[in-house]
Design a protein around this ligand. Structure first.
Ligand code: URA
Length: 446
């Protein structure tokens, strides 16, 4: 270890202690810490201690902005303007939720409307699924694309979904993996920094953020979700990007399917215009916002007309097939989604009592899916693309005792038996009628 490394490690301790004690870090201290993490001179155990200090003490708006900019600058910063000169590059990002397959449908729709979408996506984090895990249930599809492939495909098809490369916001890649295993995911400054650093480094001019709110999200209250939305919009605006944040419902899972291949099937249904109502609405709202923010629509009404047109004429679906094939996936599985991986056991979960569904704990449905094998218990675990849960009843539904609440798609009888009582308990059924939950809760613009 060089003398310089030792000084850096001493600095790291001071920075951890300062944050642990609730003081505000300077820009230099944040830059030093992020540079140390990126260079590997700050080991995981110090990074983890610092994450926990941030989790408990929070960060000021200025610290969060400095953290985001430092993480964005920790690696390469893409400039995609030479790929399609004169075109606005638009991106979307979700703060993470249960059953959230929105990108799979929104990307092809926006691309079919003529706006290129070049996206870096993530894997599942805790109870929340990840776009890449879902797409990997299509045999052969790969998120590992070279920069040359990324540019070529963006020009040819207008849609790329790639894994975060080691070169792009590498500090986030390191911290994201550590947060997942240290209980430090649900922190406003850490989420804002993680999402916005990737978005800034990936070179989008215009960004639509889908900030999830509720039991199945990292922000459980509307106040927290609004604070996260405002913070991310402010950071993006400061960095010269156009940003709109939508705050959307995550008290219950989005759509009906939770689980990787099951969600791909549901996204394909939405591309044909026949997804479950809440999911279809969200897809069309987010796609419309992307067209609007990129200046490709005169107003939201016009944006929604363009979105409906490419769903109705099949162009969005064709774009999805081309995208899957271009990243090595078997397009026959998209044309025949019933051939996607399927679980050997599909078992109905009966309602223990009759009445109206008042609540459905999205987090528990996400955790059940994780325990069925649809997510990772620890870094590097293999996931089972076929397993998951398909809801038959959501908030506002009427159910009779013994009627199916949902179905479990499991790899074994033991796994299904463990899931069934947990899913029954995830439902709150009462005798008074309950209204369905609205999908869009708020909209924050720059
Ligand atoms: N998505 C991200 O990219 N980062 C987070 O911290 C949460 C969701």
């Amino acid at each position: 270890m060089t003398k310089l490394d030792t000084i850096r490690i001493m600095n790291a301790v001071d920075i951890i202690i300062k944050k642990r004690n609730g003081a505000e870090l300077s820009r230099t201290e944040i830059d030093d810490f992020i540079n140390g993490i990126t260079a590997g001179t700050i080991p995981d155990y110090q990074a983890a201690a610092w994450l926990m200090a941030v989790y408990f003490q929070g960060m000021t708006d200025r610290e969060t902005t400095d953290l985001t900019l430092a993480m964005a600058a920790s690696g390469e910063q893409l400039d995609l303007h030479d790929v399609l000169p004169g075109t606005v590059i638009v991106d979307k990002h979700s703060s993470g939720g249960v059953g959230d397959k929105t990108t799979l449908a929104v990307g092809p729709i926006v691309a079919a409307c003529g706006l290129p979408v070049g996206k870096m996506s993530g894997r599942g984090l805790s109870f929340s699924g990840g776009t890449i895990d879902k797409l990997e249930s299509i045999r052969g599809w790969s998120a590992e694309v070279s920069e040359a492939h990324f540019r070529r495909q963006l020009r040819a098809i207008g849609l790329v979904v790639a894994a975060q490369t080691a070169d792009l916001a590498p500090a986030d890649k390191i911290l994201y993996a550590l947060r997942d295993v240290t209980g430090t995911v649900p922190s406003l400054p850490l989420i804002a920094g993680s999402i916005m650093s990737k978005k800034l480094a990936a070179g989008a001019d215009a960004i639509v953020l889908d900030v999830k709110c509720g039991r199945g999200a990292f922000m459980e209250t509307l106040t927290d979700a609004q604070a996260l939305a405002r913070q991310m919009v402010a950071i993006g605006t400061l960095a010269g990007r156009k940003v709109t944040a939508l705050i959307t419902q995550m008290e219950q899972p989005l759509g009906l399917a939770v689980g990787n291949a099951l969600e791909v099937q549901e996204a394909i249904a939405a591309l044909h215009g026949c997804g479950p109502a809440d999911f279809q609405e969200l897809v069309e709202v987010v796609a419309g916002e992307m067209l609007l923010i990129a200046g490709a629509a005169s107003d939201l009404g016009n944006a929604r007309e363009q979105v409906s047109a490419v769903i109705d004429n099949g162009h969005a679906f064709v774009r999805f097939c081309d995208f899957v094939a271009s990243q090595g996936g078997d397009p026959a599985l998209v044309e025949h989604p019933e051939r996607l991986p399927a679980a050997p056991l599909v078992i109905a979960v009966p309602a223990p009592s009759g009445g109206y569904v008042h609540a459905l704990d999205a987090r528990e449905v996400g955790l059940v899916t994780l325990d069925l094998g649809g997510g990772r218990q620890k870094k590097g675990d293999l996931i089972d693309p076929a397993v998951g849960v398909v809801l038959a009843a959501k908030v506002g539904s009427t159910v009779n005792a013994g009627e199916t609440l949902c179905t479990v798609h499991a790899a074994s009888r033991a796994a299904a038996d463990a899931a069934i009582p947990r899913l029954q308990a995830a439902y709150t059924i009462a005798t008074q009628p309950a209204a369905p939950l609205p999908i869009l809760l708020d909209r924050v613009t720059g």
